[in-house]
Design a protein around this ligand. Structure first.
Ligand SMILES: Cc1cc2nc3c(=O)[nH]c(=O)nc-3n(C[C@H](O)[C@H](O)[C@H](O)COP(=O)(O)OP(=O)(O)OC[C@H]3O[C@@H](n4cnc5c(N)ncnc54)[C@H](O)[C@@H]3O)c2cc1C
Length: 467
């Protein structure tokens, strides 16, 4: 590391290196407190050329590196070992180009997602990727994990927003594909190989991203469902009756609503009576003739008539819309006040969501009576955060010692239904065992061959994604 440090001092300016332990702390701890990096050096390059020079230096000194964005990932992908370098992209945060005719923005990878949304808004455009960590996560991290979030239903996940990528490869060469073409069938789509590769194949330094018309109209409602199956009926009704404007469709369980109202400021149950399941749905669109309020009223009336929903609150102001979303976000925050939680980020076909939840809830209660299931999230694209809070009287450590057994029960059901054990958070090092157990071996072998071909020295993020 000493020799590497010497080389890095030549490449980087004063702000480019963090070695003091007090300053290093935010790069070493991760959001769930599950892992802690042991790296002693953090490099903070200011441009792509510096990133490439660092890669050459690491290769020469045989020190592997871990790219790090906002460090909000939930699978330990940006965690580094003692003889690894953390390469933070945070100083690469410039907007390189804004092309309104092409509806694209070219940004560097360290741009914080919320700032990117603001850049788009300043140009009266919309960048739709939106998730709870948007105030800290970076677009490079979003692309590296192929992040999802609350607007996937209408706009797709991070993968679908990208038209081009610039990345430093393990050879130190710069792959530059920033021409912003919407059509380009000239061989393998390398940018898409890098999306979702979690820093194991290339360090993303910039990207060309799609922009959309700013949705100046929106309409939001929180509805109480007849039962869980009704969520799918409502989704069908809403999809048909909303003319492509349905942007979010989020499932909230009673327990989640209760947790949020109990622990999170500004969270209040807007209904007179408790219900087992709720859906928060939003329509978005632009254009003077669009009447989304009327569209929402019509589709809710239809759902009521069909018996899918039994009650509903339509937001009548921006403030009320925020309050409804606060309930959805509050579920995530509130679980930590209820002791230890075992979490799963799974997906199944949308039509199978109710069957998955029912089977998984029954099976975990069979295993541990008193366990409390809080299944919530992006039901519109089949992605459920199946989180399980400990029985209230149980010791947290004792509960967490059952994690392996409970994971197996839940993920075997996902597998049986043809679903995915990791829908939007990625693999990192948290889900390596599951990768081995559930991912088909042909895919894993091909991924390993690609990794060997692109990164023969295992310089980039070794020990992540692939077992
Ligand atoms: C409160 C909260 C809510 C969240 N909600 C969602 C959600 O709704 N949907 C969702 O998908 N995720 C969600 N996440 C997870 C997380 O925010 C996303 O995975 C995010 O995309 C990670 O971005 P980051 O910049 O923080 O990346 P990091 O955590 O820094 O890194 C994640 C991975 O990407 C790699 N990486 C980072 N930057 C680069 C780069 N420039 N080039 C190459 N590799 C890189 C890292 O090595 C690591 O493997 C949430 C997290 C939190 C804390």
């Amino acid at each position: 590391m000493e020799k590497l440090l010497h080389r890095l001092r030549v490449i980087l300016d004063d702000k480019g290196l963090v070695t003091a332990s007090s300053e290093a702390e935010p790069y070493l701890t991760e959001s769930r407190g599950r892992y802690r990096s042991e790296a002693s050096v953090i490099a903070r390059p200011a441009d792509t050329a510096q990133v490439a020079a660092i890669v050459h230096a690491c290769s020469a000194e045989k020190v592997s590196l871990v790219p790090q964005g906002g460090n909000t990932g939930l699978c330990g992908g940006a965690v580094a070992g003692p003889r690894q370098l953390i390469l933070s992209l945070e100083r690469l945060d410039r907007v390189r180009d804004l092309d309104l005719a092409n509806n694209t923005i070219t940004v560097e990878s360290g741009c914080i997602l919320a700032n990117l949304q603001q850049h788009a808004l300043s140009a009266s455009r919309y960048f739709p990727l939106s998730l709870g960590a948007e105030g800290s996560c970076q677009i490079g991290g979003n692309l590296a994990t192929n992040a999802g979030g609350v607007n996937v239903l209408r706009y797709g996940n991070a993968r679908e927003q990208v038209l081009g990528i610039e990345a430093v490869m393990p050879s130190g060469e710069v792959l530059s594909d920033l021409n912003g073409l919407r059509k380009n069938n000239t061989g393998y789509d390398l940018k898409q190989l890098l999306v979702g590769s979690e820093g194991t194949l290339g360090i993303i330094t910039a990207a060309v991203l799609k922009l959309y018309p700013y949705p100046d109209h929106s309409a939001t409602a929180l509805v109480a469902l007849r039962d869980l199956q009704a969520s799918i009926e409502l989704l069908q009704t809403a999809s048909h009756a909303s003319n492509g404007s349905l942007s979010s469709f989020e499932l909230l369980p009673r327990l989640g609503m209760q947790f949020a109202c109990q622990h999170i400021p500004d969270c209040n149950d807007p209904f007179d009576h408790p219900h087992d399941w709720y859906v928060l749905l939003a329509l978005q669109g632009s254009g003077a003739t669009l009447d989304l309020d009327a569209m929402l009223q019509t589709l809710l009336a239809l759902a009521l008539e069909k018996g899918a929903i039994v009650d509903g609150i339509v937001a009548s102001s921006e403030a009320q819309t925020k309050r409804l979303w606060r309930l959805r976000e509050g579920i995530v925050e509130a679980q930590r006040f209820e002791g230890a939680s075992i979490k799963h980020d799974i997906s199944v076909k949308v039509s199978l969501v109710p069957e998955f939840i029912q089977r998984a809830v029954d099976a975990v209660i069979d295993c541990l009576p008193g366990i409390r299931s809080c299944a919530f999230g992006h039901v519109g694209d089949g992605n459920i955060h199946f989180n399980l809070s400990q029985p209230p009287e149980m010791d947290a450590q004792e509960y967490l010692s059952l994690q392996g057994e409970i994971n197996r029960i839940v993920l075997d059901i996902v597998d049986d239904l043809g679903g995915s054990f990791s829908a939007e958070h990625g693999i990192g090092m948290l889900k390596l065992e599951q990768m081995q157990r559930y991912k088909d071996p042909v895919s894993v072998n091909l991924m390993q061959s690609l990794k060997r071909a692109i990164d023969p020295e295992r310089l980039f993020n070794p020990g992540k994604v692939l077992p």
